[in-house]
Design a protein around this ligand. Structure first.
Ligand SMILES: [Zn+2]
Length: 118
């Protein structure tokens, strides 16, 4: 539930998570605020557009979905990518870097970067 009061919004969102261990609760809080910032930023800027996926990219998109990566934007150029093991990576599309180091070492997008691009 979103209200104009951030404390009330957090309280409502975390009502069900109160009994979770503190580290999981903090991670939930962090990702929740990150999502809100991203959504509010897009709403404020009015720059969010959906681009139709070209046919030749549909297969790549399906492969990325099967990787079960969870992509969460920090801002328009930096993204957090969580793999199926729950490990987080940070991809910077502008600098062509990923914290797995494959993107900058191979000079080709790693799976995390492909997930962001898709
Ligand atoms: Zn990577």
């Amino acid at each position: 539930m979103m209200t104009s009061n951030i404390a009330e919004s957090l309280k409502a969102a975390l009502k069900a998570a109160r009994n979770l261990p503190i580290d999981i609760l903090f991670e939930l809080l962090r990702s929740l605020v990150q999502k809100w910032v991203w959504n509010n930023s897009n709403n404020a800027n009015g720059t969010f557009t959906k681009v139709a996926t070209p046919t030749k990219n549909e297969l790549r998109h399906d492969i990325v979905l099967k990787m079960k990566y969870d992509v969460l934007p920090f801002n328009p150029i930096e993204y957090q990518v969580r793999d199926e093991k729950g490990i987080n990576f940070t991809v910077n599309i502008h600098n062509k870097t990923c914290t797995c180091n494959r993107f900058q070492e191979d000079e080709m997008p790693c799976g995390h970067a492909v997930a962001v691009i898709a």
